[in-house]
Design a protein around this ligand. Structure first.
Ligand code: NAD
Length: 341
């Protein structure tokens, strides 16, 4: 017998090439008139475009968003929100910009329009992870969910191939863990399967031609659907490990997901055979963990924690930070980048 509880978030999603041009009407739709654009390095062009589109609705621009949402950066941006008397937030960029927008929104009650430029999926989740130098603290609350998301595929055309690959696998991880989540249900199962299919279909096209609009559009659609999974059901050991590695050792978010996902899938395979069957089918491979590892290799993605900067001496300490059966051995193979059997 199937039984579950399902709650979906109330976000408004506008998707299509050029939807960034509709930013002013989306600000007005929220009843607001003084928008603060927040962004990080790497998306200066898109942020400038957003600011230009806003015209008289622009209150200012903060360009200092950083990975893992450090609280001191948030404090600096918060001063600007107050001094400019901003009445809404527009985050332009990857998960780092979205995270800063969420951190400001939850502190001020201001609404947020998220304009994503990667496949992180944070824009459709009510989850916020923040770092303060000692580790990462994650919280979830309905008011953290951005009110509006503008998915403009044009913003992703310049996402470099290595970032596209790792960010795409980051999105896949949300979908994979949704399949074996204790909260798994028919809606998230369907979204997860479709997300993995779209991402696996799109990534080879993006690697071959980063400007392929159709592949980019499929990847962004997959990222959205995977993000809904992340925001709707509890995530498992993979996300727990990646949060720990990012928060405690400063490892880069999406590359860490890329290294860990095939290894955690191999670790979970015996417990979640049906999920692995669905993933293998969506990836068009015979065995999900080793098949994904081979795909990541063929797309030029990273396979070991060692190449991301973790040291062998940190493995024992890292293993003590999470409560997962067999975690030391799992971190050991991920450190070496051994192909799952
Ligand atoms: P990111 O936002 O830090 O972006 C990675 C790099 O890519 C940055 O240097 C950025 O400037 C650059 N970049 C982004 N878009 C670009 C584009 N279109 N063209 C060229 N360069 C571009 O990384 P991310 O992987 O998107 O997000 C990671 C952060 O998001 C982490 O802090 C993570 O914890 C958080 N996150 C949160 C959730 C959630 O639900 N709370 C979900 C996923 C990720």
């Amino acid at each position: 017998m199937t039984s579950f509880a399902y709650t979906s978030g109330p976000a408004r999603v506008v998707f299509g090439p050029g939807v960034l041009d509709r930013l002013p009407e989306e600000v007005r739709r929220l009843g607001r008139s003084r928008a603060l654009v927040v962004s990080g390095a790497g998306t200066a062009g898109a942020a400038a475009q957003a600011a230009a589109n806003l015209g008289p609705l622009l209150a200012g621009h903060f360009a200092g968003a950083a990975m893992h949402t450090p609280v001191d950066v948030t404090a600096e941006a918060l001063e600007l929100v107050r001094s400019l008397d901003a009445d809404c937030l527009v985050s332009v960029g990857g998960g780092s910009a979205t995270g800063l927008g969420k951190a400001l929104s939850v502190r001020t009650g201001l609404p947020q329009i998220a304009v994503p430029s990667t496949y992180a999926g944070s824009e459709v989740t009510p989850v916020l992870g923040e770092t303060d130098g000692t580790g990462k603290t994650t919280r979830s609350a309905p008011e953290i969910l951005p009110e509006t998301v503008l998915y403009d595929v044009r913003l992703t055309l310049g996402l470099p191939v290595p970032l596209s690959v790792t960010s795409g696998v980051n999105a896949m991880a949300h979908a994979v863990e949704a399949l074996y989540s204790p909260d798994a249900n028919p809606a998230t199962g369907a979204l997860a399967r479709r997300a993995i299919t779209l991402l696996a279909g799109a990534l080879p096209g993006i690697v071959a031609d980063p400007g392929d609009v159709d592949a980019r559009s499929d990847a962004l659609t997959g990222a959205w659907l995977a993000g809904i999974c992340l925001g709707t059901v509890r995530m498992g050991p993979h996300h727990k490990l990646c949060h720990m590695l990012g928060g405690s050792y400063g490892l880069p978010h999406a590359p860490t997901h890329t290294v860990m996902l095939p290894q955690v899938m191999a670790h979970q395979a015996a417990k979640a055979p049906e999920a692995m069957r669905v993933v293998a089918e969506a990836l068009k491979v015979r065995d999900a963990p080793s098949g994904l590892y081979d795909l990541i290799t063929s797309w030029g993605g990273p396979t070991s924690l060692r190449e991301l900067g973790l040291t062998a001496g940190e493995l024992d300490d890292a293993a003590r930070r999470v409560d997962i059966d067999g975690v030391r051995a799992l971190l050991g193979v991920a450190y070496q980048g051994t192909r799952p059997p």
